[in-house]
Design a protein around this ligand. Sequence first.
Ligand code: NAP
Length: 264
Amino acid sequence: MKLDNCSAVITGASAGIGREFARQLAPRAQRIVLVARRGDRLEELRLELQQTNPALRVEIRVADLSVLEQVMELGRDLSKDQPVDFLINNAGLGDYGSVSTADPRRLNEMIQVNVLALTALTRALLPQMIAQKRGGILNVSSSAGFLPIPGFAVYAATKAYVTSFSEALRAEVRGSHISVCALCPGPVHTEFMTVAAQRQPRSETAPEFVHVPVEKVVRAGLNGIERDNALIIPGSMMKIGMALARLSPIALMRLGWRFSKGRV
Ligand SMILES: NC(=O)c1ccc[n+]([C@@H]2O[C@H](COP(=O)([O-])OP(=O)(O)OC[C@H]3O[C@@H](n4cnc5c(N)ncnc54)[C@H](OP(=O)(O)O)[C@@H]3O)[C@@H](O)[C@H]2O)c1
């Protein structure tokens, strides 16, 4: 899908990867709808984008994507004025710690935002894209979705859903001129880690050399949708690491977990 003059929706645009998507897309898009809970952040970003791109139409939608009614309302409203042809399902959160000690409300929030909101917004906007014979859906998944991760079990499972869902959706819409791409970054310096470590600080953090700058992650995602790639893993270290991880037999992983028992 060519992104020039697109009408885009970016969820989770108030910080990190979503905010960078807005910045990189702004010079090319015709309209961008910014979605998140923190309206003041979105307003700041709107002013910045408008200043640097006077012809761009920037709209703000304050919504809590963990509340299904708000997601459904958003899905209904988004295409009222003008059809949306590019959906970036980026909003998401993690929560470190074992399942047995997790706050059930937090687990619910994670599944609602990472899985249900992403699915509901896709369902809401897809028919119009198919009718227009033009569209792109970029789902921000994670390399965490390739493997079960003790201590990050629910987050990794939600991202496994996103990657699997994206691949199947891509096959379903083949021939409709719709691109579907799963972006699977490894660690990126954003607010993600702070949010995920609210309950339990991480004992081990990923080494610096596997981190990929947010600008590079977003560039890879936008290139991926334009080239109609199915799956993008930004950064050569992560690409190699994930290729090896995906080839590893589950028996080997279980052995590793046995030796690391108690460290979650
Ligand atoms: N950073 C990483 O290492 C990393 C790696 C792989 C994948 N990812 C994925 O990348 C995506 C973006 O994460 P990030 O790194 O940019 O994290 P971030 O800096 O924490 O940004 C998360 C965004 O999601 C929004 N969000 C969270 N809960 C929401 C809710 N209930 N309703 C509406 N919006 C909500 C936040 O907005 P408000 O708080 O204003 O609502 C914020 O804009 C996520 O899907 C994450 O899983 C991140």
